[in-house]
Write a protein that binds this ligand. Structure first.
Ligand code: SF4
Length: 371
């Protein structure tokens, strides 16, 4: 029998309940696993005696293994390749921000050093966005909540993670229940991340956005909009056909009304496709009644097979000026990090270190790493 991850919260709670073991012991088990990479169940102190055989027969402390951790030459980005129990691979990226390094315009940031972890929710993705390397892999499988949380466990052993963004491989809202459970685990003991420090990014799965605020209040929502009108959206994001822009904006309006939180809008700049001044005005009009932050993302070329080109700097600046100046919309331009390790935006597709071919080394890797 395949053992489940001890971080599959619903399953371990149900098993403990069946065996009459109090659920609060689960938090001590998780804490022990995080602090003891070579955890053996017998060594966990002070559990009820029925817990030990149950853990041995049904659970593994971690079902995944850290296959590699590759540092970028930018000194702040580390890409983790994680091997799953079923033989599949997913990637996660740690981004360290340290104001003392002066790497962000030299201005000190409040709060000192902190790390953000960009995690995956699926192996591959069925959304098929044309500019995204993960989309080129197709969909392989959903991750369990335990497999999602295990990415945080692996990363926590390397860095003090303060923020989590679901912007790695996969569409999080297409694996809704596992993502909801994983976020609940991350915000509870022993991780205790603030929901305000967790961001879920979606292409706009309307029916899931409608539920999200009730299930996970306080969470940040990021929407990969990438175009201000439906036909351009469909051209670059095939999934947009199932979720028309009008319905998506209605869902976002409702979400904002209920949550009273700003929404992050991700917009990849593709030369000649969505980066003209008219697109900036269309986007401004679409968003002017919302509380949003727009993040313009310079496109990472996918290599020779890519049909898209990066917008030049002047176009990005003009686009930003229109959104800010004419529509008073807070607009930032994403800084590129970790390109040399395929950990930058649009670059999360599993490239195993030492196994890259000349062909796939130039492939992108994930647009959803918009962290
Ligand atoms: S951009 Fe996101 S949703 Fe689109 S294919 Fe890539 S991983 Fe999937």
């Amino acid at each position: 029998m395949t053992h489940r991850s001890v971080f599959d919260g619903g399953i371990i709670r149900a098993e403990f309940d069946k065996a009459g073991i109090k659920p609060h012991f689960i938090h001590s088990i998780w804490k022990y696993v995080i602090e003891n990479p070579n955890c053996e169940w017998e060594k966990i102190p002070s559990l009820p005696s029925a817990a030990y055989p149950l853990l041995r027969s049904k659970f593994k402390s971690l079902t995944s293994t850290l296959h590699s951790a590759v540092e970028s030459s930018d000194d702040v980005t580390t890409k983790l390749v994680i091997k799953l129990q079923n033989g599949g691979f997913v990637e996660a990226v740690i981004m360290r921000y340290d104001s003392s390094l002066g790497k962000y315009g030299g201005k000190p940031r409040p709060g000192g050093p902190r790390s953000t972890l960009c995690i995956s929710s699926q192996v591959g993705c069925k959304m098929g966005c044309k500019f995204c390397a993960t989309g080129t892999m197709g969909f392989k499988s959903n991750l369990s909540s335990g497999e999602i949380v295990e990415q945080l466990v692996h990363a926590s052993r390397l860095s003090n993670i303060r923020n989590v963004v679901f912007m790695g491989m996969g569409e999080p809202l297409n694996n809704y229940s596992a993502v909801v459970e994983a976020v609940r685990i991350m915000t509870g003991l022993p991780f205790q991340l603030s929901p305000k420090r967790i961001t879920v990014s979606t292409v706009g799965i309307v029916h899931s956005i409608n539920k999200l605020h009730n299930d996970l209040p306080g969470l940040n929502l990021a929407v990969s909009l990438h175009a201000p009108v439906q036909d351009v959206r469909c051209q670059i994001m095939p999934a947009a056909r199932a979720f028309p822009l009008e319905k998506l904006m209605d869902a976002l309006r409702e979400y904002q009304k209920n949550s009273q939180q700003k929404i992050f809008i991700e917009y990849i700049m593709l030369d000649g496709v969505n980066d003209e001044e008219k697109h900036a005005h269309q986007l401004g009009k679409l968003l002017e009644t919302f509380q949003v932050v727009v993040n313009l993302i310079p496109f990472n070329p996918i290599g020779s097979s890519s049909q898209f080109k990066t917008s030049n700097e002047d176009k990005v600046t003009t686009f930003q000026k229109i959104l800010r100046g004419t529509y008073n919309i807070r607009t930032t331009v994403r800084k590129q990090m970790g390109q040399d390790i395929s950990g930058a935006c649009g670059q999360l597709v599993v490239n195993l270190p030492g196994k890259r071919s000349a062909q796939n080394s130039s492939l992108v890797t994930d647009i959803e790493d918009l962290c």
